[in-house]
Design a protein around this ligand. Structure first.
Ligand code: CMC
Length: 380
């Protein structure tokens, strides 16, 4: 191996740097393709459930029916929160950012897991299941508590999508809502070495524990340049609606002010994000079904303007925003829902990291002052 101190590579934002090998997902930024363990995202979104995708990412292959049943039952049995974590949610200010709440509650979950610091592969797999089972409960419970309702106890039946919508709204979701939400979960489950996944692997690479790594990943996902963009997209759409603005003029004005249009651009995709294409079709269908065509129309006007003005395409966050909104979900829950799904990828990457660990530790080029000497404090 080359001595890195002799051959430093400088890449601001680690752009174009291959930091590790992964078998989990691959992105072709030129063709606009996303593949999980060899399966194209279009195929998975059309033909596999979220739980099947979880199995695939954690184990390397799609499950048999028996394997799927075992995973599903395990997730169903782990959904309830430890009582102190529920108490923590009750004590949290109603005004707290839901991503800060999820981050805090996930960190707290680690305090009540006897296996938190047990680093065997089996214990790490069990923790991955617990996190994936309990994060939906955290989001739904906080959403209900802050609006003055009692949390709804999780079901020990049904899919992750069904149970989450049930806990959130206190009533059974329809088949169409469950399926739409399930597709959204499939689309967000993994995405190469994105910022939050990298964060989780950096933390994991120090041989810290899974709760610490996922807590850090949630912090990274919160930012508007990453998962936080979906909430900002909805703010923009609502703003256009309230102002009665022309979406194209609105976008041009913001671009003229050197503002970024959330939900556009990507570090890897140089064409349309394939997840955005799937979600665009969902938005079209939902907007027709719900007689809410304006959200699709605004979105398409923004998309066309961004293409004309900047040659830029939408990413996953652009159309997920109006999908969730039309499903009746609060805009500030959009990013936590992204976290719910991406927990699959974070934990799969941690299992992969620990199967052949190497500390992730890049270097910085020092550009600060040199040659100074300390003046005694009394003389400064
Ligand atoms: N709106 C307007 N201009 C943009 C945008 C945008 N959304 N994104 C990039 N640009 C411009 C940017 O100003 C720069 O122009 P110039 O060269 O004239 O200074 C040029 O495009 C290249 O941008 P960059 O910042 O070097 O690109 P990057 O690879 O660092 O950024 C990005 C990628 C996703 C952070 C960026 O496109 C962005 O800020 N997008 C908006 C936030 C967003 O939608 N994030 C979600 C990302 S995908 C899902 C996820 O990870 O959650």
């Amino acid at each position: 191996m080359a001595d890195q101190s002799d051959t430093p590579i400088k890449a601001r934002g680690l752009e174009g740097v291959i930091a590790l090998e992964s078998e989990l997902s691959s992105i072709d930024g030129q063709q606009g393709e996303l593949v999980y363990r060899g399966y194209n995202i279009n195929d998975l979104a059309a033909n596999a459930s979220f739980e099947e995708v979880v199995y695939l990412l954690w184990n390397g292959e799609l499950p048999t029916e028996a394997q799927l049943d075992t995973l599903t039952e395990r997730l169903q049995s782990e959904r309830a929160l430890p009582a102190p974590v529920l108490d923590l949610l009750r004590a949290t200010p109603d005004t707290a950012h839901p991503m800060a709440v999820v981050r805090t509650a996930v960190s707290a979950l680690g305090l009540y897991d006897d296996e938190a610091d047990t680093a065997t592969p089996e214990a790490n797999r069990r923790k991955a299941s617990r996190l994936l089972a309990q994060i939906p409960t955290i989001i739904a419970a906080f959403s209900r508590i802050r609006s003055g309702h009692e949390p709804v106890e999780p079901l020990d039946t049904h899919s992750t999508a069904y149970n989450f919508l049930y806990m959130l709204n206190g009533e059974a979701p329809g088949e169409a809502a469950e399926r739409t939400f399930d597709v959204c979960l499939v689309l967000h489950a993994d995405h190469g070495l994105n910022a939050s996944t990298f964060t989780s692997r950096v933390i994991g690479s120090t041989l810290s524990d899974m709760y610490s790594a996922v807590t850090g990943a949630i912090g990274a996902l919160k930012g508007p340049l990453h998962g936080g963009a979906n909430r900002e997209v909805m703010r923009m759409l609502l703003d256009i609606d309230e102002q009665g603005a022309d979406p194209a003029d609105y976008v041009r004005e913001r671009l003229a002010n050197k503002e970024r249009i959330m939900g556009f651009g990507h570090r890897v995709y140089k064409t349309m994000d394939p997840r955005a294409a799937i979600l665009r079709d969902l938005v079209k269908d939902l907007s027709e079904e719900r007689d809410a065509r304006k959200w699709y129309d605004y979105s398409m006007a923004i998309l066309n303007t961004m293409k004309e003005e900047k040659g830029m395409d939408p990413n996953v966050d652009f159309f997920s925003a109006s999908t969730y909104y039309m499903m009746g979900l609060d805009p500030d829950l959009f990013t936590p829902i992204f976290a719910l799904s991406r927990t699959t990828g974070w934990t799969a990457h941690l299992l992969e990291q620990w199967s052949d660990n190497r500390l992730i530790r890049p270097r910085a080029e020092y550009v600060g002052a040199t040659g100074k000497s300390v003046t005694p404090i009394s003389e400064r």
